[in-house]
Design a protein around this ligand. Sequence first.
Ligand code: FAD
Length: 330
Amino acid sequence: MSGVLVVMEQRGGKWNRMSFEALAAGQQLAAKLGVECSAAVMGGPGVDALATKLTSKKLAKAYTVQHDLLMDYTADGYIAALQQLIEHAGPDYILFPHTYQVRDFAPALATRFKQVLISDVIAIGHDSVGSAGPIFVRQLFQGRLNGNYRHAASGPCFVSVQAGTFRGDAVEEGTASAESFSPQLTPDQLRSKPGEPFREAAQTVDLSSAPVIVSVGRGIGEQENLGIVEELAQALGAELAASRPICDNGWLPMERQVGSSGQTVAPKLYLAVGISGAIQHLVGMKGSKSILAINKDKNAPIFEVADYGVVGDLFEIVPELTKAIQAAKA
Ligand SMILES: Cc1cc2nc3c(=O)[nH]c(=O)nc-3n(C[C@H](O)[C@H](O)[C@H](O)COP(=O)(O)OP(=O)(O)OC[C@H]3O[C@@H](n4cnc5c(N)ncnc54)[C@H](O)[C@@H]3O)c2cc1C
């Protein structure tokens, strides 16, 4: 096979939804290049049950890479198994969803082929596909700049696709022939033991039905400063939400996280306070009817989706805004 291979991600028999975004990216790249697109799913015994989901897509092959030692994720196991699959199938482009797991193993896999991983791609320049190949766009400096990358080396090109860049529901239906691939793996190849997997945000607070949301980001600086946004939320009768770093730090519960690995919201008003506007955050809130952003950096990407932008220090603006709202309500 020369063409595109998309490596899907599953855990415990459940798909990671970003896999289908990567699959859509793979199909579109293959169509533009005029080559075939295939997909692979890896895991322990029973993972073949997922292959039926792939055989109903417009793909050349749907590979099931199955082995007892792939039951739980380990970087060593995945790298060894995928190296063998890539040597067997011979794709020119290998696409992954840009998940935590992929970030863990894909750079080392690319190195096995003397390549680098073009990671976290937000667009593929299909129009410029020519003899020089497609352009892969990555964000730099927290989204302030876009960089164009082209695969120049001989050998396969490894790319991971950022969440929300392609639509999972754009995957083309069709048929694919199923192929089982049994990698050669031995326990001594696995140098690490799997620990507790990363827990995605639980959804016990339903932010999706909130009409007004005040969402706070790393610009707040310290947990002790959260009081000023809590007061603003209270004055507005809003739910409090946050970007990922705030929840990762444990400053607010995970269930209040908005974004690709948190909740998707579409309130009448979304007030983003000290949030830069990384794509993983934007995919969770850009459907809001009205977006107001407060950020001291006038070039912050959040202003590209904001209906109203306030450039300034949140520590000056938020308390004044709260006072004005309280006064208007009195
Ligand atoms: C696989 C994956 C999944 C992810 N999922 C999510 C997700 O679901 N949700 C999510 O949010 N992120 C997610 N992320 C993380 C994401 O890439 C960004 O790192 C994150 O959104 C940045 O959060 P932030 O905007 O709060 O922080 P930063 O990017 O650090 O931005 C802080 C902003 O505050 C501004 N600021 C600083 N001080 C002040 C001040 N005094 N007044 C006003 N403005 C100020 C700065 O100018 C800056 O723009 C994910 C990442 C990956 C790789």
